[in-house]
Write a protein that binds this ligand. Structure first.
Ligand code: CP3
Length: 355
């Protein structure tokens, strides 16, 4: 595999993230962090206050584009990720979503065919349009070498919030619906897959260079439900997006998939695998030998702790992944307690590789 050294002598406007997602190793690896825009940044908290509610921020393109760019200005990451949320999809479908301060999302639960019948894919356009405008504004403001990542939640993960009406530790409500009435639950998953295709397609048309599908609760499902509710709908979304936009790479993040991650990587058709904190470095290395990129997987709490523990782990990660198509990231999102200086230290550590 070619190892493209990123020296100043060979400036390129092709984002390093795209080179890695095409299967190449790049040194130092491109990096971005899940939840890189968020409450740990004082400039985010200021805009958030100005916007009012969290969803108001997501639906105000000027402000959402501004917070998308904030971490790029501060740290020079290789990619910006659209500022939005996975729960914009149920909100656009007509299931009212509220973010309660300090408590997380609240939705009127969808538990039956009748609840489902009230959701309408045709009405999502006006809401999605505001997100697409954010994408357009952010892409226009970014340098050519910085990739813009669009995203959605995977149908399974979004369904867990829609069915429970909130975040839950075990996703029991969605799992029970799937066991008791697989055909009814399939109708919800199909609606979410179709709507996610509309949503991602619009993001690409507006300027997203890369897509990520967040399946935060993939680990809650045993086989064969993992196959049915995680792999199959993701494969459908990926296949349709690739038919429409063959050059736009897709990263899948099946958090907690464990030994099923390899199957997910093979069967969904994604170009890159987001690895959570639980994936051992040797395993991440092995997964990268399949001609696909891997991304991950630093513990977000190491970024809170900082110091020697962070240094050691970053060095181990870079060493383990050297020469592989690898994107440096966390194993889950940044937590609000993260000192911004520790993020700057992390960027310096990663960028020092090969220097
Ligand atoms: O910087 C980025 O990564 C882009 C924006 C982004 C957000 N959420 C902003 C956000 C992205 C990609 C997400 C994804 C998301 N949202 C996921 C999947 C990834 C993961 O973290 O597992 C999930 C499960 C959600 C749903 C969600 N959104 C929850 C459960 C919560 C409340 C808990 C929390 O962390 O506050 C949110 C709110 C949210 N989404 C915030 C941000 C910056 C904090 C809201 C605030 O400013 O008050």
């Amino acid at each position: 595999m070619p190892d493209v050294a990123r020296a100043a002598k060979s400036p390129s406007s092709t984002p390093a993230l795209l080179a890695v997602l095409a299967g190449n190793a790049v040194t130092p690896p491109p990096m971005w962090l899940m939840r890189q825009a968020g409450r740990y940044l004082p400039e985010y908290r200021q805009v958030r206050e100005q916007a009012g509610g969290f969803l108001d921020l997501c639906y105000t393109p000027e402000l959402a584009a501004e917070v998308t760019l904030q971490p790029i200005r501060r740290y020079g990451f290789d990619a910006a990720i659209l500022f939005s949320d996975i729960l914009v999809v149920p909100d656009a479908l007509g299931q009212r979503v509220a973010f309660v301060e300090g408590e997380g999302p609240r939705l009127e639960p969808v538990r039956s065919g009748a609840d489902l019948a009230r959701l309408d894919r045709a009405r999502t356009h006006a809401t999605f349009q505001r997100v697409f405008e954010t994408v357009g504004r952010a892409r226009k403001a970014l340098a050519a070498e910085t990739a813009l990542i669009g995203f959605c939640g995977a149908p399974w993960t979004v369904a867990t919030y829609m069915v429970a009406g909130r975040g839950s530790v075990d996703q029991a409500d969605a799992r029970l619906w799937a066991y008791r009435d697989a055909a009814g639950f399939a109708a919800l998953i199909d609606l979410l897959a179709d709507t996610s295709i509309d949503y991602l397609d619009g993001q690409v048309l507006a300027g997203a260079d890369v897509l990520q599908i967040f399946d935060t609760w993939a680990g809650a499902l045993p086989e064969p439900e993992f196959e049915r509710w995680v792999v199959a709908p993701t494969h459908r979304i990926v296949t349709e997006l690739k038919r429409r936009h063959p050059l736009v790479p897709i990263i899948g993040f099946p958090r907690g998939a464990g030994s099923k991650a390899a199957r997910y990587l093979e069967a969904t058709g994604v170009d890159g695998l987001g690895c959570d904190t639980g994936v051992a470095l040797e395993e991440m290395r092995a997964l990268s030998q399949r001609g696909k990129a891997v991304q991950g997987n630093l513990d977000p709490l190491l970024l809170v702790a900082g110091g020697e523990a962070l240094n050691v782990r970053v060095r181990e990660t870079l060493h383990a992944m050297r020469g592989a198509p690898f994107i440096f990231n966390l194993g889950h999102g940044i937590v609000p307690e993260t000192p911004p200086d520790h993020v700057a230290e992390l960027v310096a550590l990663v960028r020092a590789q090969g220097a």
